[in-house]
Design a protein around this ligand. Structure first.
Ligand code: NAD
Length: 413
């Protein structure tokens, strides 16, 4: 049976000693924290001022356990790639909303640590499974978020076949699951489907059909995602599967992998460690950088919407060149390190072959159809990210996947 909240107020003594204003603020905070605990932190209830007692959250956890109000819209939701960067943030969001989450991952690039908060939760199941193999899930499934697959530029070099087969066979298997369960299906596609945009393709809207090389370093990712999108279309046409396709542009935030060759994680670590920024190319290539919470909002909105008109872009509308990115990272690291900060020099290396010169989304469709746009300022997001990297670095928890396989760095669960 669900645990009900204790009737005895846990803060009586503290409450008695407060003035009227403080009592009002205390109650407001108390209510906010209850709401946070019960329904997640996305209800716009963050702005009620400072929490008067730092341990309030802990008290609430003990008092209320995992009691939740009876939602009529609770769903059973499958998330593939759940232990990865985007997947684990999505799991957090859904779990805090009171849904049941079935997390699927083969841990090729994901970490158990990312899902640590939910391991013992009764609404959470984790299955180690490779989506390239068929998957059966008993009982109803309402939604499938299909995120499994790497977005890492380095992996495109080390294991392109696995990236392609995950995109193709993995998507077929998950669409089959959606068909059997009558579940709505969302694919995390990629801006990679646009390939190598030229100047007159900037910004890239969904109508731009792409300029993709079948025989290049990034082809496995770009062509893989293109095939995955076509599979969604085919399953919608042939089997009436309800599909949604999110074309994701560069995203950053806590839990990014350090070893995947993406610019943000690379620059943050170089700056935190006082090493040299290594810019590939002349520094003029540009990217749009979206903070993770904005992407999660977009994925949720798209999944819940009635929009069936095809793929939709999600990304930050502003573009930053590589030099600007080092400056943004430097500002955040300076704030985090304070007096310990030492300026980081920059060196330029040869550009990587087939790297697009620009990535700039046109998100008019998402704005018109979902009312979605990014909200998080780049400096704000970067600070959160650098704080996370710095904390991990201090704990010596920044590791790569091989280390996890060998059981070296991350804590056992
Ligand atoms: N993060 C970005 O900037 C970005 C940009 C474009 C597209 N995307 C897409 O979003 C999705 C999530 O990206 P991410 O940044 O979280 O990457 P990630 O590498 O952090 O996470 C991917 C997860 O998928 C799992 N996975 C990979 N192959 C699998 C397989 N065959 N079976 C089961 N699990 C498998 C990995 O172990 C990992 O946990 C990917 O599909 C990616 O292509 C992300």
């Amino acid at each position: 049976m669900s645990k009900q909240p204790d009737m005895e107020h846990p803060f009586n003594e503290q409450f008695e000693q407060m003035g009227l204003d403080a009592r009002a603020r205390f109650m407001q905070n108390h209510l906010c924290n209850v709401m946070h605990e019960l329904q997640g932190s996305t209800l716009g209830i963050d702005n009620f001022g400072e929490n008067p007692d730092g341990s309030l959250k802990e008290h609430l956890k003990r008092s209320y356990g995992d009691w939740l109000p009876p939602y009529s819209t609770r769903m059973r939701i499958v998330v593939t790639g759940a232990a990865g960067f985007v997947g684990s943030h999505l799991v957090d969001f859904l779990m805090k909303r009171g849904h049941t989450v079935i997390a699927i991952d083969n841990f090729s690039t994901g970490y158990h640590m990312n899902l640590l908060d939910w391991m013992d939760h009764r609404n959470f199941e984790l299955h180690t499974h490779d989506v390239r193999n068929p998957l059966n899930i008993k009982g109803k499934v309402d939604q499938i978020f299909h995120l499994a697959g790497s977005a890492s530029p380095d992996e495109c070099i080390s294991d392109p076949i696995s990236i392609l087969t995950t995109c193709f066979q993995g998507t077929i298997n998950m669409l089959e699951l959606a068909r059997r369960c009558n579940a709505r299906f969302l694919l995390a596609s990629s801006c990679g489907i646009y390939g190598f945009p030229l100047w007159h393709h900037n910004p890239q809207s969904e109508n731009f059909l792409g300029n993709v090389k079948t025989f290049g370093r990034r082809a496995c990712h770009d062509e893989g995602k293109r095939a995955a999108e076509s599979l969604c279309y085919a399953y919608a046409k042939q089997h009436n599967v309800e599909v949604r396709i999110a074309r994701v542009f560069n995203t950053f935030g806590p839990r990014m992998r350090i070893d995947d060759g993406r610019v943000v994680s690379t620059f943050i670590l170089q700056c935190l460690r006082g090493e040299c920024f290594t810019i590939k190319g002349d520094g003029n290539s540009s990217r749009s950088l979206m903070y993770i919470s904005d992407l999660i909002d977009g994925l949720i909105e798209l999944m819940l919407s009635d929009y069936t008109g095809g793929p939709m872009n999600f990304g930050k509308q502003e573009e930053y060149n590589m030099i600007e990115v080092t400056e943004i990272v430097t500002r955040a690291v300076k704030k985090v390190q304070g007096d310990k900060f030492r300026p980081t020099p920059t060196s330029f290396l040869p550009a990587r072959t087939d790297d697009p010169l620009m990535r700039h989304p046109d998100c008019t469709l998402a704005k018109e159809q979902l009312g979605w746009s990014t909200k998080v300022d780049i400096d704000e997001g970067m600070l959160e990210t650098v704080e996370w990297f710095a904390a991990m670095e201090e704990e010596d928890w920044l590791y790569d996947t091989e280390e996890e396989e060998e059981g070296k760095s991350p804590p056992d669960i």
